[in-house]
Design a protein around this ligand. Structure first.
Ligand SMILES: *Cc1c(COP(=O)(O)O)cnc(C)c1O
Length: 390
C-alpha cells in the first residue's frame, strides 16, 4: 500500500469508518467512490481469472464497502456484501454439511431461526437450539452428548430481543474443539463495540440494513472472514444463488458508515442512561440491558465488548395491552420493526407470530437513536404514564 493509505490495523475504528474504502489519492480523483451501474464488464477472461466478468460476480461499487467492513472487523480479506442480512444468513447456513448439526440460540434473530428451522424440517441438517447464555448447555449441544457433534455454532450476542450475553471466547474455543465453524451475527453490536474474529469466530455476519448503513433506507447484508478459502466458497454461493447488492444500496451503505462511530457513541450513551432511568421507573417491571450493573450478562459484556450497544428491552407493568398502549402513546419514538437507524424505534416483539413464546408478552424492544436524550425520555415518561392508565 502507498504511504497515503496506511495499513488499516494502524488506525482506530473512528478513523477507519471515515478513511477506509476511499478511491486512490491521485490528482483530480473523486473523494468518494462512484456508483458503477453496469451489468457486464469488458474482457475476455472469467471471474476465475480475477476479472469482473459480470455483475452477479462483482461490481466496483461493492469493493470499497467490502474493504471498509473488513478493516473494521479486523479481517485480512475483503468482506462480501449481499442483497440483505438474510441473504448473508442463507449463504452462511449453506456451509452446514448435509446431515450435519447446527447449534443456534433459541433467541436468534427471528428470520435466521425460521430459515434454520425450515431447512432442518426438510432434513438437510439437525438443528439444536440452546440458551446461548448458558455455556454448559451450549457445550453439551456442541459435543452432542453421545449424538453427532456440531458442524456449526451460530452466535448472537447480545441476543434479539432478550439481550442475553454469550461467552463468545469460550464458546468459539469449544466449537473449534469439535471441529465446528463459528458464525457470529454482530448486527446489534457493530464492529466498534464487539469484534467476533478476535474472539475466535470464523465468520461475522451483519444486517448492514441496521447500524452500518444507519439511516433505515437500505436493505443489505454482509459476511466477513479472514479465511480466504471460506470467502471463496461464500463468494461462489453469492454468485450462483444471486442474492447480490444493488450498486446504489452499496453506495448508500458506505455513505452511512462514515458516521458510524459518532452514531454509536451517541446512541450507546443515551441507551445506558435511559436504561438506568427506566430501571427506576414504577411503570416498568424489568429492563434488559447488559450495561446495567444488575444485568446477568453485565460482567461478560464488559469482558468482551467496548460499551454495551444501543438496544434495550423493557417489560411494561400491566402486560401486553399496557405495552401496546405505551407504543401507541409515543410521539417521538416510531412504532416500527428494525433497529440501528438514526431514529429511535420501538416495538412489542410478541406481535410477530413467529416470535418465540419465551419472549415476554409485555416486552418492548427499544432501538435508541441519536435524538436528544431529554426529548426521548420525556416521550417515554408520558407514554408510560398513559399506558398505565389507558
Ligand atoms: C435485521 C437482522 C437480520 C436480517 O437482516 P435483513 O437485512 O433484514 O435481511 C439478521 N440479524 C439481525 C440481528 C438483525 O437485526
Amino acid at each position: 500500500m502507498s504511504p497515503t493509505h496506511p495499513h488499516p490495523s494502524d488506525l482506530s475504528p473512528e478513523t477507519l469508518v471515515v478513511s477506509a474504502g476511499r478511491p486512490e489519492r491521485v490528482h483530480d480523483a473523486p473523494v468518494n467512490p462512484p456508483i458503477v451501474l453496469s451489468s457486464t464488464f469488458v474482457g475476455t477472461g472469467t471471474v476465475v481469472d480475477g476479472d469482473r466478468a459480470y455483475g452477479r460476480y462483482s461490481n466496483p461499487t461493492w469493493d470499497p464497502l467490502e474493504e471498509a467492513i473488513s478493516a473494521l472487523e479486523g479481517a485480512t480479506v475483503p468482506s462480501l456484501v449481499f442483497g440483505s442480512g438474510l441473504a448473508a444468513v442463507s449463504a452462511a447456513l449453506s456451509l452446514v454439511p448435509v446431515k450435519g448439526v447446527l447449534v443456534m440460540p433459541t433467541h436468534s434473530y427471528q428470520g435466521a431461526l425460521v430459515m434454520a428451522q425450515e431447512l432442518a424440517a426438510k432434513g438437510l441438517f439437525v438443528l439444536r437450539t440452546v440458551d446461548i447464555a448458558d455455556t454448559d448447555e451450549v457445550i453439551s449441544a456442541l459435543t452432542g452428548a453421545g449424538e453427532r457433534a456440531a458442524s456449526m455454532l451460530w452466535l448472537e450476542s447480545p441476543t434479539n430481543p432478550m439481550l442475553e450475553v454469550a461467552d463468545l471466547r469460550v464458546l468459539a474455543r469449544s466449537a473449534k474443539a469439535v471441529g465446528a465453524l463459528v458464525v457470529t451475527d454482530n448486527t446489534f453490536s457493530t464492529p466498534l463495540v464487539q469484534k467476533p474474529l478476535e474472539l475466535g469466530s470464523d465468520i461475522v455476519l451483519h444486517s448492514v440494513t441496521k447500524y452500518l448503513a444507519g439511516h433505515s433506507d437500505v436493505v443489505l447484508g454482509s459476511l466477513t472472514t479472514s479465511n480466504a478459502e471460506l470467502r471463496a466458497t461464500l463468494h461462489h454461493h453469492r454468485s450462483i444463488h444471486g442474492a447480490i447488492a444493488g450498486p446504489f444500496e452499496a453506495w448508500l451503505a458506505l455513505r452511512g458508515l462514515r458516521t458510524l462511530a459518532l452514531r454509536v457513541e451517541r446512541s450507546q450513551a443515551t441507551a445506558g442512561e435511559l436504561a438506568r432511568r427506566l430501571e427506576a421507573h414504577g411503570g416498568v417491571d424489568a429492563v434488559r440491558y447488559p450495561g446495567l450493573d444488575s444485568d446477568p450478562g453485565h460482567q461478560r459484556a464488559k469482558d468482551q465488548m467496548h460499551g454495551f450497544g444501543s438496544i434495550l428491552g423493557i417489560e411494561v407493568s400491566g402486560g401486553a395491552a399496557a405495552a401496546e398502549a405505551v407504543v401507541e402513546a409515543l410521539r417521538i419514538w416510531t412504532p416500527a420493526t428494525s433497529l440501528g437507524g438514526v431514529e429511535s424505534l420501538i416495538e412489542r416483539r410478541r406481535r410477530h407470530a413467529n416470535e418465540p413464546t419465551s419472549v415476554p408478552e409485555n416486552l418492548l424492544r427499544l432501538s435508541v437513536g441519536i435524538e436528544n436524550i431529554e426529548d426521548l425520555w420525556a416521550d417515554l415518561e408520558q407514554a408510560l404514564r398513559r399506558g398505565a392508565t389507558g
